[in-house]
Design a protein around this ligand. Sequence first.
Ligand SMILES: [Fe+2]
Length: 390
Amino acid sequence: MKNLTELHYFEVPTVMKHGLGAVNYLPEELASLGVKRPMVVTDQGVLKAGIINQVLKPLQEAEVFYILYDEVVYNPPLETVAAGTKKYLENNCDGLVAVGGGSPMDAAKAIGVEIAQGEPVLEYECADGKKPLTKRIPPLVCIPTTAGTGSEVTLWAVITDPARHYKFNVGGPLIAAHLALIDPLLHLSMPSWVTAGTGMDALCHAIECYTCAYAQPQTDAVALLSIEYAGKYLRRAVAYGQDVDARYYMAMSSMLAGLSYGAASAGAVHAMTQTMGGIFPVHHGLAVAATLGPVMEYNWMGEPAKYARIAQALGVNIHGMSERDAALAAVLEVKKLTEDVGIPTLTEMGLTVEDIPRLAQEAFNDPQTIGNPRDIDVKGYEKIYRRCFG
Ligand SMILES: [Fe+2]
């Protein structure tokens, strides 16, 4: 563990409830949180896939009044948050239910910040010169429909500032959901490419948090099991969407990775992909998956023992291997998994080698560079990006 002289903290304000059909308990969970007029925050994808009906049905049956805000867009910008805040206030809502992947959950958290603080969420960006959160958000239930971001248990929301082409973080214990209600049955209809991208994002959260400078025993413990579940179940979930066991354990992998991410930071992959996502409309999970292998190739020598343990968690028999060989086996395993689940390249996502200098500079400027297990500068990021383009 690095930085032993610092005071570390691990706080999880979120209650986690999970199981097949968990969503049917939503009315009583809202009642126990004292919520009578929830605003359900979601996006058009969840709406069109019909998944939202599985969440709204129990509310309708229990005659719970609710408002639906279904205009969250991918990588939610400030306007999406502001429009949600307006709708919440106009309808005198008293709580939030986020249904979806990272975008609706992060948007709901940010709406919660605006409601609690009475100011635009941009004022509370995690950056020098900005204000710390001082008030708890209204009761928030997060119901993830993908297994990847772990936002249902993290202390973070990622919001896009279109003016700066930048995705910023806002966070701390006051922004966390009150309840994560995890129902793997909502994941059965997830398309295989979304399963692949979001699952690789979960794996990446676990790997980056396990090896970053802020790692601590609590985050290590949950990260390792998250890696193990992703190694065992992601291929199955991608191959056969109706595999309930695989869906359940990927949902758990994502949640455990979220716990490891929740109290700390990530590393180079997230420095690269969050900044990339502010500039290009890439899918976060797919971008993460396309960059994870090359970053691990660069990073392994910063934490060789932990990389060897990652290999073991991914099912590699490291008995008799040198630490170096075991660490490199982790890199190879992740690359194999990336290939097996069919992740497109950055070129296929519309990026070109000409973008590398800008992308490398932006990644270096991102605060998540600081926790990376191997020292990295702009040249280091350029090298990794060149590997991503093959
Ligand atoms: Fe991520």
